[in-house]
Design a protein. Structure first.
Length: 215
């Protein structure tokens, strides 16, 4: 079956980490709204400046901005044979908009994978995370070290800490997650396309569980 996938999960659940593996294994474009905003920020575009004012605080970027960004991205040629969405949709309005976009491009979502991780683990994941300045690949100071300290295995870029990976912004991000994103679990469960994986297991096991779902 054509793979059109959404990865759901709290901040630090492992969406980005597993997305990188899934998209390379199944040859799908990895569409991460968070990465797109951070890229716009690096390029100092208007979109980047606008997104920064929300991201730094841990708040969601306004729906109109995010939805039109995703709509444009999904209409590109490389999404014809499937795609993976990481960090979108994040509330009911975005989920409903995605459903409309899916109809327009004739690519409905057929897998929603919720990566479930208890809150006490999330904090450790977020504070220990380092990301590549150049390509955004995530690492962890304890669980996923790069081969060379401070250097990205994939592109050789320098590793840094994300600006929103501090306790204050994380608290807001978790709040946004519980209030806005968590209801999507029920939304997709009702549609019969929700799968849940235990994201507290080690990385290999989580990926094995995901592979079992995707077949
Ligand atoms: P976004 O970039 O999407 O951040 P997030 O949802 O907070 O999620 P994270 O990227 O922090 O976590 P992740 O699940 O990807 O975890 P990772 O794989 O890195 O969004 C950032 C901001 O952009 C938002 O706050 C908002 O402002 C804006 N935004 C984005 N999308 C939006 C939208 N749709 N609407 C509005 N605004 C939007 O893993 C975390 C760490 O844990 C890593 O160090 C990793 O190595 C480690 N790890 C992962 N899995 C395991 C494991 N199984 N065992 C051990 N360690 C693990
Ligand atoms: Mg991420
Ligand atoms: Zn890199």
């Amino acid at each position: 079956m054509l793979k059109t996938i959404i990865l759901l999960g709290a901040p630090g659940a492992g969406k980005g980490t597993n997305a990188k593996k899934i998209t390379s294994e199944y040859h799908l474009p990895h569409i991460s709204t968070g990465d797109m905003f951070r890229e716009a920020l690096r390029d100092e575009t208007e979109l980047g400046k606008l997104a920064k004012s929300y991201m730094d605080k841990g708040l969601l970027v306004p729906d109109e901005v995010t939805i039109s960004l995703v709509k444009e991205r999904l209409s590109k040629d490389d999404c014809k044979d499937g795609f993976l969405l990481d960090g979108f949709p994040r509330n009911l309005k975005q989920a409903e908009a995605l459903e409309e976009i899916g109809k327009e491009i004739n690519r409905p979502i057929n897998y929603v994978i919720d990566i479930n991780v208890p809150e006490e683990i999330l904090k450790d994941r977020i504070t220990g995370r380092r990301v590549c300045k150049k390509c955004g690949a995530p690492y962890h100071i304890k669980t996923l070290k790069p081969k060379v300290d401070g250097v990205c295995d994939i592109c050789g870029g320098e590793l840094m800490q994300r600006k929103d990976d501090n306790e204050e912004a994380l608290k807001v991000r978790l709040d946004e997650y519980h209030h806005q994103t968590e209801p999507l679990i029920n939304y997709y469960s009702k549609k019969g396309i929700l799968h849940t994986v235990d994201g507290s297991k080690d990385l290999k096991e989580v990926m094995a569980d995901i592979n079992a779902i995707l077949g």
